[in-house]
Write a protein that binds this ligand. Structure first.
Ligand SMILES: [Zn+2]
Length: 153
């Protein structure tokens, strides 16, 4: 037997009808194995046995839900493209329209018009997107937009 059987005279916790608290009571009467009457150790009142309210199951704090890792918002959205990716896609979409026969070799002393196809020794084929005063131009290459030196027209 692991549980000690209660018997009259034992001390047990009960709600006291007078003290209105859970206090130690001495068992006065039992019916079979059920405690029926107890005597309060504090006020000595004898009354029916009222088992102490069951210990409330500790409610799982709702904070535990909030502490869940929010992987969805923490990770950058895969659908959000970085500008370089957008530029590469723009180049890819323009590439079929490139007329290599009219392409110009890039020369930092050259003069270029917007939409002119140029060939750069490092970056390859690119389309002039903008010419910037006084001597620069934006060129869209396969790997993205580069700022190149040129003569302003
Ligand atoms: Zn009492």
């Amino acid at each position: 037997m692991t549980t000690r059987k209660l018997s009259a005279g034992d001390i047990i916790e009960s709600r006291c009808t007078k003290c209105r608290e859970v206090l130690n009571h001495r068992i006065v009467a039992m019916v079979e194995e059920k405690v029926v009457r107890v005597e309060c150790n504090t006020c000595n009142g004898v009354h029916n046995y009222y088992p102490p309210p069951a210990v409330k199951e500790a409610k799982l704090p709702k904070a535990s839900a909030a502490s869940k890792p929010r992987s969805a918002s923490a990770a950058p959205r895969a659908s959000r493209k970085d500008p370089a990716e957008v530029e590469r896609e723009e180049w890819a979409s323009l590439h079929p329209t490139f007329d290599y026969e009219k392409a110009l070799q890039y020369d930092m002393n050259g003069r270029y018009l917007v939409k002119r196809l140029i060939i750069h020794p490092v970056f390859g084929a690119g389309i002039v997107k903008a010419v910037i005063v006084p001597n620069k131009m934006q060129v869209l290459f396969k790997e993205g937009v580069k700022l190149l030196r040129c003569q302003y027209m």
